[in-house]
Write a protein of this length. Sequence first.
Length: 193
Amino acid sequence: MKWQQVFACYNYQGNTGIGKLRYCPICGTECELQPENDRLRPACPKCGFIQYRNPSPAVSVLIVDDGKILLGKRAGWNFEGGKWCFPCGYIEYDEDFLTAGRREVREETGLDVAITGIINVVHNFFNEGLHTLVVVLAAQVRGGVLQPNDDLTELRWFGPDEQLPDLAFEADRILIDYYRQGKLTRFIDVYLE
């Protein structure tokens, strides 16, 4: 099985990595571009603060129940609004990725899930301002009431032979294809107490 780890919608290789910070968030001094590790970075000449442009950490959760995959329709104001995806979202500063996965599912679907495995980790270069590092988790439903909320306006279970709606993320389509081909069973068919 060949995994593709990077999904790009723009030429991220031409990105200089220079952040847009103008003033130091520590002391308020105007930042200057300074070389560091073969890159120019905004840095504070007074206190030494350096701005790094890092991807935003996120989680995406593949939930399977009775052979069907749960997808949600993204609210219109979201990136790729109106398209469908796994429940997903950013990892908060005070939580680990497993807690974030369970929280995002609960917020977006009303379901409580048990995480059964890590399926993949992917980079998404959507545009110059949106670069994510996503931990893709597998989960099983443990309770709750299915109800779209937060970033999703509609939820639906899709069977193995059903045509999929317009998906927001290429990584979701690829993982659904792998699941339908039986290549992800070790993550999905896990016995939980």
